[in-house]
Design a protein around this ligand. Structure first.
Ligand SMILES: *Cc1c(COP(=O)(O)O)cnc(C)c1O
Length: 342
């Protein structure tokens, strides 16, 4: 029984070749900085984005939370989009870990701009919350995988410099953005003080994210990672999967985008679909017509055909294409979507 799992691009399983790379990894104790494969992954990732250093962490939540902790002091404020992952899906970590509050902005499909950010920056008065950090997400998960180009980011970088603010990128799906925009990772590296990249999403590694920044930032981040319980020992086994992912699974992301686009075209034809958010990369978010089928029933009907999706609110559905979703699965999904038409 073949399950088609479209709930997230985190559901991918390591391929045989990736497992072989893990099995052959040279390891040591990484808390003592003796794991050569982890060091190789950190240097490889840093170099990709033209950053001085990298830090391998168990999750993207941890890399984001460490960055917020290093860039801020308790009582400070971070500016981010209302739908951002750091605000919605990290368990309240901004306040829990850093004692920081969020100033939420309603972005354009999750994207912020200097025009939106500037009025949200507080002036230097004792009674105002101190704005110290801006965090962007690329691609934007909740907005259907919309993405920023380097040209859209540069004016934000300039604004942050002008106001002495740090700029962080939650780049969980940064490679999806780069594949579509044609920008390079090095160009992106130049725009941010810190970047978090995920290896366990569409890139297919089982675990792991890397935090990137200058040497001084990463030195502080390393200390916070230990405090958060993220110092790992023979992590080279996992880092090898990450290296394999970065070397083999980036350019193929385009296939995921093409399949998502095909699904979008099919969805638009179905009589029980109210609307589909424009599909830019590998994420599809769509609404069901309230009087035809509820999210729960839709989810159940697809499950009867071994297709898993996630309900994202009452009538809102999310599907994400990934490495383990091939053309055969795409065709079956399209067939089933048409079968359950009302
Ligand atoms: C998945 C994701 C993360 C990190 O999530 P983890 O599950 O902790 O690795 C961060 N930001 C965005 C936008 C994500 O989609």
């Amino acid at each position: 029984m073949n399950i088609i799992d479209l709930r997230s691009d985190t559901v991918t399983k390591p391929s045989k070749a990736m497992l072989a790379a893990m099995l052959g990894a040279e390891v040591g104790d990484d808390v003592f900085k003796e794991d050569s494969t982890t060091i190789e992954l950190e240097n490889y990732s840093a170099n990709l984005f033209n950053k001085e250093a990298g830090l391998f962490c168990p999750s993207g939540t941890m890399t984001n939370q460490i960055a917020i902790k290093v860039h801020t002091q308790p009582g400070d404020e971070v500016i981010c989009d209302v739908n951002s992952h750091i605000y919605n899906y990290e368990g309240g970590g901004i306040s829990f870990n850093s004692g920081v509050q969020a100033k939420l902005i309603i972005g354009n499909e999750g994207r912020l701009s200097p025009q939106l950010i500037e009025p949200a920056i507080n002036g230097d008065f004792d009674w105002l919350t101190k704005t110290t950090l801006v965090s962007l997400e690329n691609t934007v998960n909740r907005a259907g995988g919309s993405y920023y180009t380097v040209n859209q980011i540069k004016p934000i970088t300039n604004l942050c410099k002008l106001h002495n603010l740090k700029l962080h990128l939650d780049g969980a799906r940064i490679f999806n953005a780069l594949i579509e925009s044609g920008d390079t990772s090095k160009q992106f590296g130049e725009c941010f003080d810190s970047i978090s990249i995920c290896l366990s999403k569409g890139l297919g590694a089982p675990v792991g994210s890397v935090l990137l920044g200058d040497k001084e930032f990463i030195k502080k981040a390393r200390r916070i990672r230990k405090v958060f319980g993220g110092g790992m020992r023979q992590s080279g086994i996992l880092a090898a999967a990450g290296l394999f992912a970065l070397k083999n699974n980036v350019t193929r992301l385009k296939e995921d985008h093409i399949r998502a686009k095909k699904l979008e075209n099919e969805l638009l034809k179905l009589n029980y679909i109210e609307s589909v958010l424009p599909v830019y990369t590998n994420i599809l978010i769509f609404n069901l017509k309230a009087d035809t089928i509820s999210g729960n029933i839709f989810e159940k009907k697809l499950a009867e055909h071994n297709i898993k999706i996630s309900s994202f609110g009452k009538n809102t559905i999310r599907m994400v294409t990934h490495l383990d979703f091939d053309d055969e699965m795409l065709n079956k999904t399209i067939k089933v979507l048409n079968q359950i038409a009302i």
